[in-house]
Design a protein around this ligand. Structure first.
Ligand code: AMP
Length: 285
């Protein structure tokens, strides 16, 4: 079947109700478009596990803390639909702001996130996660999927959405997909296209630093591990915003490796004017 693009909630509802009544399960992959092979790994997992797969392409204004980032976000719907079609995704949902927010954008979802939205990205991008929670909550309300697919690339994002689903007892299972990387180890991102060839090559330092931390998590002290990583990321062409070693459940920085069964290194760094985030699970028992 050719990927069908749907622009309205009413039309999407009617096709989903029909598929569900035929006994099909629905997998859902929310995106902001400018799709790359990393996104497609999520779609493929959904295709493998569900009767139908819906991908949304929607650049959500409420999660941008800077208007210029919103204005410059790439919008290439025809290209996105061609990519979705190439792997057999059933539906591309590309709504307008009025379809997503018929009562206006100025409201917050009432949910207890235990503060995991406040650190790391939350500290550096005020309002960002309130917008992410708002849009994913609304999209889940519209699509009502059996399974929701998100990337480990945005570690804090999927953690927050997992908490929201639990807290609000939403009837959807969150499936987290591994980080898809370029051959150099750079995590795939729509932002990579904005890197110059030299900065793109330099950016492989991110994954190297994370892998080094993973290798030594049980042998080096945390202080040594963190200070080595911060030094490794310190060049005249980098501007490291944060490098933290955190508990994978609470997202709090840890002070003793032996007290945690799930440990993650997470970072944000500017290279060539582009903000890149990445992470690595250092240990999970
Ligand atoms: P975005 O369009 O950037 O909002 O991303 C849509 C979804 O794709 C999110 O769940 C991301 O975590 C996921 N994603 C983006 N890049 C990657 C990647 N390199 N590997 C795995 N998932 C990714």
């Amino acid at each position: 079947m050719v990927t069908r693009t749907i622009y309205t909630v009413a039309e999407l509802h009617s096709v989903i109700v029909k598929h569900k009544s035929d006994g099909k399960t629905v997998g859902f992959v929310p995106t902001m478009g400018a799709l790359h092979p990393g996104h497609l790994t999520l779609m493929q997992k959904s295709l493998d596990e569900n009767g139908i797969t819906v991908c949304s392409v929607y650049v959500n204004p409420t999660q941008f803390d800077k208007q210029e980032d919103l204005d410059s976000y790439p919008q290439v719907l025809d290209n996105d639909v061609a990519l979705l079609d190439s792997i057999g995704v059933d539906y591309c949902f590309a709504p307008s702001n009025a379809e997503v927010y018929p009562n206006g954008m100025d409201y917050a979802v009432d949910v207890n996130l235990d503060g995991i939205d406040e650190k790391l990205e939350g500290e550096h991008r005020p309002g960002h996660f309130a917008g992410v929670v708002q849009v994913v909550h609304r999209l889940l309300e519209i699509v009502k999927p059996h399974k929701l697919y998100m990337g480990q690339k945005d570690f804090q994002q999927f953690s927050i959405i997992g908490k929201m689903i639990d807290d609000l007892k939403m009837p959807t299972v969150l499936v987290v997909c591994p980080i898809s990387r370029e051959d150099s180890g750079l995590a795939r991102s729509s932002r990579n296209a904005r890197l110059s060839p030299i900065d793109r090559a330099r950016a492989c330092i991110i994954n190297q630093t994370l892998l080094e931390a993973k290798e030594d998590i049980t042998t080096l002290s945390l202080e040594a591990l963190i200070s080595r990583a911060r030094k490794r990321m310190n060049w005249e062409w980098t501007d490291l915003e944060y490098f933290e070693i955190i508990d994978g459940y609470t997202l709090e920085p840890i002070s003793n490796v032996r007290h945690h069964s799930y440990i993650v290194a997470a970072l944000a760094v500017w290279i060539g004017g582009v903000r890149l985030i990445d992470n690595c699970i250092l240990l999970k028992e």
